[in-house]
Write a new protein. Structure first.
Length: 161
């Protein structure tokens, strides 16, 4: 049985077989349909996910966060190492998890832990800051230019038989 998917909001209105879409899209489509069907009418469901959207493009991971917030009224708890899955607009919802032999696994609502723990959070904040800064136009005098010598052809180009 073929499953055809289309995106009427996309640049092209074309139906494509689900098997021909990317691994990330297949995961998202499967997750969305399954979770929506399983939680319909169950407003108190809690979803636990490990590295959701791992195969998605960075922008699609950001879209996945929006779907979590807009499409589902359920509590969603997930782990990630991706800065694109950190909701920088809701830092109160972010927790860090650290492991050590002395204390075991520690979950905190403070930005604490080793460099590997903090990297996704730091990268997300840096990306968020960069995205919010206005782009400054280059001045005409300082714009980099690359020029290559051109060569005019005065004789007609021979055609192939």
């Amino acid at each position: 049985m073929d499953t055809l998917v289309s995106d009427p909001n996309g640049a092209y209105e074309v139906e494509v077989n689900l098997d021909e879409r990317s691994r990330g899209f297949q995961w998202f489509f499967s997750f969305y349909i399954t979770f929506f069907a399983d939680t319909k009418g169950a407003g108190d469901a809690i979803l636990l996910l490990d590295e959701p959207g791992l195969h998605l493009h960075a922008r699609s991971q950001t879209d996945l966060l929006a779907h979590f917030e807009q499409d589902f009224g359920n509590q969603i708890i997930y782990t990630t190492h991706s800065p694109f899955m950190v909701p920088t607009h809701r830092l109160d919802a972010v927790r860090t998890a650290s492991m050590s032999e002395a204390t075991g696994t520690t979950v905190s609502n403070k930005a604490e832990g080793d460099a590997r723990t903090l990297y996704p959070l730091q990268a997300a904040l840096a990306l968020s800051r960069i995205a919010s800064e206005p782009v400054k136009p280059l001045l005409k005098e300082s714009a980099p230019r690359a020029e290559a010598p051109s060569r005019e052809v005065s004789e007609p180009v021979a055609s192939l038989p």
